[in-house]
Ligand binder design. Sequence first.
Ligand code: SF4
Length: 300
Amino acid sequence: MVGGPHASACYREVVFSADYVVVGEGERTLPALLYHIDTGEGTVPAGVATRDGYHPQQFTVLLDAFPPFSVVKGYVEISRGCSQACGYCQTHQMFGHLMRHRSIDTIVEWSHRYRDIRFVSPNAFAYGSNGRIPRWEKVEQLLKSLKGNIFFGTFPSEVRPEFITKGVLELVTTYAMNTHLHFGAQSGSDEVLRALRRGHTVRDVEIAVDRCREHGLVPVADFIIGLPMESEEDEKKTMHLIQEITRNGRVRVHHFLPLPGTPLARSVPHPLLPSTTRLLGRLALNGTLTGSWKGWDTLL
Ligand code: SF4
């Protein structure tokens, strides 16, 4: 019996390695499947693929109805789904484009278990919103309601650069403990950002970095390198932006990995320029850059 993003995206192949593949969200499907196996009653539930076929689920999970897996992972999942559609990402494929949120009361209830409270969200600053137009009053209400050491806008509840406003940074510095803010930059080229359908520009990233510094927060930006649509010129622009950010902040770099179920699933990562690997190594040595930039081909 298997599930998760990879199995969900490739269930037609995975059914030949497993009896049951739970496709998509498992909170309701897995108990129904266990009941079916245990009692032999009814048919294989919707949302489970077998070699005999597959009927998709007709529902999405209401977050408040299930625990946020806090015992296992130690984080409270506050939102699920993403209204963005970045070409390399499985989140919107797996959880849909409609952003759903756990209620403040339930988040508070689960957060009582922790001294340090961390969250899971595709974009923590989008809490309570449709993922495109922020609702700062909801973010403030959430932060005000929590007691303990709050870490907001750090892994695994990173944020998007265009959501980093002066107002929300004031909320973070007022209510949260974090001294860093993690956000996705992904590329230093506007052409690449457009091709990825990121929905923000390089300028948004630069503004976000400046605002973090103005509010005494260390910006930590994520980048993907070796993207299939990236020209040498694009790669140089990305390295230039990385160098700029590491003057006053931190960068996390990952080599592009084509994930199943995404628009870029069949794309081939391109090899890095020698100047890129040299610079990444130098920045890693001085402690301003972390990550993994070995191409996936080196793992085969
Ligand atoms: S990368 Fe982030 S913003 Fe883009 S689709 Fe995935 S979760 Fe949403």
